[in-house]
Design a protein around this ligand. Structure first.
Ligand code: FE2
Ligand code: FE2
Length: 268
């Protein structure tokens, strides 16, 4: 691979993606995306992996003067989202970190300064002057602090890790990816990121997906998918299959039976 770089592209007139792709073993390439929302009070959404600090900061600098940032919205505290938080905060002295209580606790455990955290609690929204970011729990996630949002001005939905896909190559738009390639890539990623999906209640999960379809976002932006415009129904249908795809096994019934049987034998 060439030296990694982050490409920048407009999602809307005032929302920009900072995007790269990284290999995940021989399973495919994963988009790793952050976003800048140039609202009245500008926001950076996630900070990329530390291993890609220089190209990430370069792309951020091409998009906005970091000193203008007022918030850094942390979707969750995984290394591919948190990696450059300290470096960004050094360059963004006005910026507060938006997360919830668990996110702040994890930041502290990871040795990050939490003095600039602005907690966002249940039912609260982030007022950016010309819009609100309404926190939303994505339909699946790999860390319980995960918080996406709906932008009330652009109607863009940010889904954190959800709707990600392992793909054979980079793409500018999810709609341009061959539908079967996208479907397979989404199922692979969902099985890695949320192996518990195969144990989720299909009706409850289907309800979460239907709510997103009813919300009818202008675009879905994910940390791990090219911008998805006009394909919400297709993405939801693909994810619905993730419940039964079972690409990677969770502890199965036979394993439990074997363990319980061994314990019973010991107790006898
Ligand atoms: Fe994650
Ligand atoms: Fe992630």
């Amino acid at each position: 691979m060439n030296a990694p770089s982050f490409d920048t592209a407009h999602v809307t007139a005032d929302t920009t993606s900072l995007s790269t792709v990284v290999p995940v073993g021989d399973l495919g390439l994963l988009h790793v995306n952050a976003f800048v929302v140039k609202s009245a009070l500008p926001v950076l959404v996630d900070t990329g992996p530390a291993a890609l600090r220089e190209p990430f900061l370069a792309a951020l600098g091409r998009t906005i003067d970091p000193a203008d940032l007022r918030y850094v919205w942390m979707s969750h505290m995984d290394a591919d989202h948190l990696g450059n938080l300290s470096a960004v905060l050094e360059r963004a002295p006005q910026a507060k970190v938006i997360t919830n209580f668990l996110g702040m606790a994890k930041m502290g455990l990871l040795g990050h300064d939490t003095s600039r955290v602005q907690l966002i609690g249940p039912g609260e929204e982030l007022d950016l002057g010309d819009r609100r970011l309404v926190p939303l729990k994505p339909p699946y996630y790999d860390a319980p602090e995960t918080t996406g949002f709906f932008d009330t001005a652009t109607r863009v939905l940010f889904s954190a890790d959800a709707f990600g896909a392992l793909l054979p190559g980079g793409a500018a738009e999810a709609a341009a990816i061959d539908p079967e390639t996208l479907r397979e890539g989404m199922l692979k990623w969902a099985a890695i990121d949320a192996p518990w999906l195969s144990t989720a209640d299909p009706r409850a999960f289907g309800g979460l997906l239907r709510n997103i379809e009813r919300l009818d976002p202008s675009a879905i932006i994910s940390g791990h998918l090219p911008v998805a415009r006009g394909v919400t129904g297709r993405l939801a249908a693909n994810l619905n299959e993730a419940l039964s795809a079972g690409v990677f096994d969770v502890p199965d019934h036979d394993t439990f039976e074997r363990l319980i049987g061994a314990q019973s034998a010991l107790a006898a």
